[in-house]
Design a protein around this ligand. Structure first.
Ligand SMILES: Cc1ncc(COP(=O)(O)O)c(C=O)c1O
Length: 328
């Protein structure tokens, strides 16, 4: 058996360089408060093991979409990050304005005009204990990357979901976007095992909650847009915007109403349309739930309309877009 080498610093750096895998082509730039700057070499896009995020999951995160060289809805995503940090009792390492500037400068350093920008606030490095008192200062990390693309069939043919057997996080944890995504990962794996694309969390009372990294909405047969209240799930930034779009459709007579209230599973199954909504998936139709058709089993017109409105928003809603300060 080969002996485990003990490296010099130079050998460790060479090892980091060698460890860069083919998929690291999708990682464009990273900011780390550990070294106080941005790197574009994936070899150095690493975290200290003693960070409370790594060994205790004591961190929160958020993601904004980079589109046409602009960050879409950066401010609501930053506000949610800060709210999550407050819930996780993580002090901000910098003022909000500086966090915002770092996100924008990391996006600029990536030189990409399309992609995802994800950022974490962590209790920071300092030891391996349970209490964060040992952490020397809270951490901030930003990565600009190319997200995994969802297949076209999700939008053309629609998505199949299952009711997940994985218990949903209790409300306190579901409302905080922390790095504990184990239940969410297990939902996706369970769905794939059962031949579906994603899963739906149902709460202890039998009400529809959310999906792995998406919110779940419905259109009833009498054209009411339905979504659960936000007290026991993550308050999605995308659904908040889509609720505005739905309200516009009410004003145009396309929908009859928008209603935020508990959705029993049976009501959801009887809907005319069901959709998954989130920054990654945008607005995508669900056509099958636990092997049963939703509506006529085809992507519905309201879902398509809401996706169109979302696409339009990401290119033209100047109050939702923040320009990235690219170098000349
Ligand atoms: C559990 C959960 N619910 C809902 C969402 C949708 O939120 P957003 O629209 O902000 O992406 C996400 C994604 O962040 C999520 O992780």
């Amino acid at each position: 058996m080969a002996k485990t080498p003990v490296f010099t610093s130079e050998e460790a750096i060479a090892g980091l360089r060698q460890s860069v895998h083919a998929k690291a082509n999708n990682f464009y730039a990273m900011y780390s408060s550990v070294f106080g700057g941005i790197v574009t070499d994936p070899a150095f896009m690493v975290l200290p093991l003693d960070d409370h995020m790594v060994h205790r999951g004591h961190a929160v995160f958020d993601t904004a979409t980079l589109t046409h060289g602009m960050l879409y809805q950066l401010d609501p995503h930053l506000d949610r990050l800060i709210k999550s940090a407050d819930g996780a009792r993580i002090a901000l390492p910098f003022a909000r304005e500086q966090l915002r500037q770092i996100v924008l400068e990391t996006a600029a350093a990536s030189r990409q005009r399309e992609g995802s920008v994800r950022y974490w606030l962590s209790a920071g490095p300092g030891g391996y204990g349970i209490g964060p008192a040992e952490c020397v200062s809270s951490g901030f990390y930003v990565i600009v990357f190319k997200p995994e693309a969802y297949p076209d069939r999700y939008y053309r043919q629609g998505i199949k979901v299952i009711t997940s057997q994985v218990p949903i996080k209790p409300p306190l944890f579901a409302r905080i976007k922390s790095t504990n995504y184990l239940p969410n990962v297990l939902v996706v794996l369970e769905a794939k095992d059962r031949g579906a694309d994603n899963g739906v969390f149902i709460d202890q009372r039998g009400m529809v909650a959310e999906s792995a990294i998406m919110n779940v909405a419905f259109v009833t047969k009498d054209r009411v847009f339905r979504h659960p209240p936000f007290d026991a799930i993550l308050s999605g930034i995308t659904i908040q915007r889509v609720l505005d779009f739905a309200q516009r459709l009410v004003e145009h007579g396309v929908l009859n109403a928008v209603r935020l209230a508990d959705i029993p599973v049976e009501e959801g199954r009887a809907a005319a349309e069901m959709m998954l909504i989130g920054s990654s998936i945008k607005v995508a139709p669900v056509v099958e739930w636990d092997g049963q058709k939703i509506g006529d089993g085809k992507p519905g017109p309201i879902t398509k309309k809401l996706l169109e409105m979302w696409n339009e928003d990401t290119t033209s809603a100047m109050d939702q877009l923040v320009a990235v300060p690219y170098p000349d």
